[in-house]
Design a protein around this ligand. Structure first.
Ligand code: TYD
Length: 200
């Protein structure tokens, strides 16, 4: 099974993905679980991750192409081999991040971005968990961690959040999780959703 974790910065994806991987490892065996993330989740991927997160790319199309280059390597070297070996893959951020950030956030054409995504025939997730929470709470969490991303203002992130909600409305594979709850309550919801999908 291929599961992706999505949401705006500060939604708690990393914590929940780690807890989920640990829980699934206990059920299915650690060697049957792969936990990975974008951008940069492949050997050598730090270079593209740094290019993307340093804020050095000024053209949104250029930024999109680097995210896609990162995904092509990640899929080829990490995700596809793991899926072919029958592993359950948990990936923090994937195609829906591109739609939410580059299309809804940066304003690129949905049609063109979708064409590029389809052209490359990326494997689609079986299940996507969208961690949704009010922007104020996400910003509060980022500030508390000293992680506030000054490059991406609040208006940008609120567009991204709206984008995610709109994308979720269009795909059955996307389940929205209330990420404002405490860590363990969210984890319980995650387990419920995945168990229903895995063991139905
Ligand atoms: P990261 O530090 O991994 O953020 P988080 O811990 O919140 O996931 O940074 C990833 C950033 O890259 C995040 O701001 C979202 C952005 N991003 C895109 O804009 N498009 C994409 O396709 C992906 C995968 C990420």
């Amino acid at each position: 099974m291929f599961v992706t974790f999505e949401g705006i910065d500060g939604a708690g994806k990393s914590t929940q993905a780690a807890l989920c991987a640990e829980w699934l490892g206990g059920l299915l065996g650690d060697s049957n679980i792969l936990l990975t993330k974008e951008p940069g989740g492949w050997p050598g991927g730090e270079s593209l991750r740094d290019a993307l997160l340093s804020g050095g790319l000024s053209d949104p199309w250029g930024e999109l192409y680097v995210f896609l280059a990162d995904r092509l390597e990640h899929v080829k070297r990490v995700i596809r081999p793991a899926l072919e070996e029958g592993k359950t893959v948990i990936c923090e951020r994937y195609i829906d991040s591109t739609l939410a950030y580059q299309v809804w956030g940066r304003g690129l054409s949905l049609k063109r971005v979708n064409e590029l995504i389809q052209w490359h025939n990326f494997p689609m997730p079986d299940l996507t968990l969208l961690f949704d929470l009010p922007l104020e709470e996400a910003l509060r969490r980022m500030n508390a961690r000293g992680e506030r991303n000054e490059l991406e203002g609040e208006v940008f992130l609120s567009r991204v959040r709206e984008g995610y909600k709109s994308i979720a409305g269009e795909h059955d594979r996307i389940k929205v999780v209330d990420a404002a709850l405490d860590v363990w309550s969210v984890h319980e919801i995650v387990r419920d959703i995945i168990a229903r999908c895995l063991f139905q």
